[in-house]
Design a protein around this ligand. Sequence first.
Ligand code: C2E
Ligand code: CA
Ligand code: CA
Length: 719
Amino acid sequence: MILSERNGGLSADDVILVVEDNAGDARLVELMLGEAFGREISVLRAGTRAAAAAHLADSAVTCVVLDLGLPDADGVDTVRHLAAWAPAAAIVVLTGADDAATGLAAVEAGAQDYLVKGRSSAETLGRAVRYAVVRKRAEQTLAHAQRIAHLGSWELDVGTDTMIWSEELYRLFGFDPGDPPSLAALLSRIHREDCAIVEGAIGASRSSLTPFDVEHRIVLPDGSIRWMHAQGHAHRASSDFPVLVRGTVQDVTAQRLAERALAHQALHDPLTSLPNRALLLDRLTQGLARLGRDGTTLGVIFLDIDRFKVINDSLGHEAGDEVLVAVAHRLHRLLRQGDTIGRIGGDEFVMLCEGLTGEEEAVAIADRVGHAMTVPVRSGEVVVSVSAGIAITTSPSVTAETLLRDADAAMYAAKRAGRARSAVFAESMRSATMARLDTEVSLRRAITNGELRVHYQPIVELVSGRTLGHEALVRWQHPEQGLIGPDKFIAIAEETGLIVPLGIWVLGEACRQATRFTSDAHGAAALTMSVNLSGAQLGQPDLVALVAAALRDADLAPERLQLEMTESVLMSDAATTITILRSLTSLGVRLGIDDFGTGYSSLAYLKRFPVSTLKIDRSFVDGLGTDREDAAIASAILSLADALDLSVVAEGVETPEQRACLVELGCLRAQGYLFARPVPASVAQDLLDAEAGRDAPRLTIVGAPALVCAPVRDAHLGI
Ligand code: C2E
Ligand code: CA
Ligand code: CA
């Protein structure tokens, strides 16, 4: 494009359209344009609005010089139509001699300038066209920028109550380019609920000339809703000038949606999309605040999936997630209007029920939850059950945290009572929770202060009573409460992870003791040492190295160490579990299954895991001699072991009848109070010595008290 200096931005490529029905006037305008811009500029002529429309459709017109008095069009409206047809063209209007008002109206309708006919010269027309084009281009640049920013602008003349809208405002509000701008039209798009805010803001700005800044929604003709950020301010040039209000409107829907998504993320659990702990506590607080007015009851039901860890460990995390989502769906379906269900921890869900008639209704809901869980998930592969704790209140002065904690304590009570059931909170449960916390704190201290002891229970040859080895069983020498058995603290140690340092300490202690035991009777080097290993220890990445180190430090032959694990620990048969167990056996260590018969007892895993011993659980030994079923189970375990070439130890043998029965079934080894209770190392040594001093096979029953408070040597923690 060759730009002519003289033409100030207009070149030979530019086209000027003269719209004038009077041929003489049209000719005059053409001459003036020729004089102003030179011959190279193209000038088209139209005598009617229709002819003008045809030209605008055909060629890129830079500027329209428009006479408002056309035979087929009516004044200012023509400007609006031309502006809509050719949004890029500048418009200069020619008006009658004493019709300045029309000229102003034309500018408001979209013309860039106006001239009074008969009073214009080539120079004034040339300048008007040039400025109109420059202004139009600036407007277009602005419109482009507005489009990019989704920013519309408007101007309201309060005196005449007329408005100007930018192109982008038309687009944002879903108006057609020809629609006449007005405040009423603009307000008609505003969301009903936001109308008052917007009208109030503009009204206040008009009267007190203050800026405004509001966010509101608009409803587009297709019914969709967009979020707008509207800003503006009113001003007047002097006291007798009418007030002008100018404003911008920006489409902030995208930001709004992003903000909402963020807010949703902050308050919801990503896996199930249920409210998280923070949101649940908030709803609970609100629910509590509403209490007292209508005398209704608010209930919190704390739900925990039973044995979720087993599902997760045995089927994998993906399956675990699937189960959680399925449970979330079921809980959601049970919700009544206005209730909330949230996920506040791994496998912990909380239902918040308002407007209850009382405790019975909460219990009924918990029962429905329990029932809904009986349908298997994952195409029948998994059946879950939940334990539910219920806490209710009618008082708004209870805090959300307290109610949640009470429901949690009740849930623990339900678990203790055997799982898959619900329990209603009672004061005594709170003290149980406190006691648990207390135990955790003092157990930590016990580990570092060396308050733990290891006792040893002989494992004997059933027929002769000869000691074959020992099982190491931990005890806690509590400074105030005396000697505490593992049943009181192992579960807590497992839940808190304290089992890891505790277990390693027991292992080191037991290995050292194994090398200290001396036996003249049959050579101490033959005595085995059994140590219990809990599930959490298998998750310890350096377990194999720690076991190897314990053997080395104690100088103990690996074959003498036997690690006992329960079936549920083995069930978590993630590939890593097998790898760890293989590494342990490759050290030379033996593995045994504890409490056999109480868990899944499947042949499949017995074959898969490198175990060498089964321990028949005490509960089956109990009924031997009286209960035929127990005898059948013990017999089945013995033949299973025989087939798989595993050795068997019967646990908890207390009576000669049980012993006789086991001998008859072909069981070779046993452990139990009939032979000896777990005792401190020194007592265990005394027993070995006594055994050596006897010629005949020992049949004496060693009746040490269940838990003896005996001073123990070497009770120092290696951690
Ligand atoms: P467990 O491994 O099944 O240990 C056998 C339990 O049966 C011991 O209870 C033992 O004292 C008891 N017992 C032995 N013979 C008889 C009997 O004739 N009659 C009766 N009624 N009971 C008998 P204890 O010492 O209270 O240990 C309980 C559980 O605590 C153990 O069960 C084991 O699971 C766990 N435990 C003990 N020490 C440790 C440890 O160092 N690490 C880990 N992870 N768990 C341990
Ligand atoms: Ca054991
Ligand atoms: Ca056992």
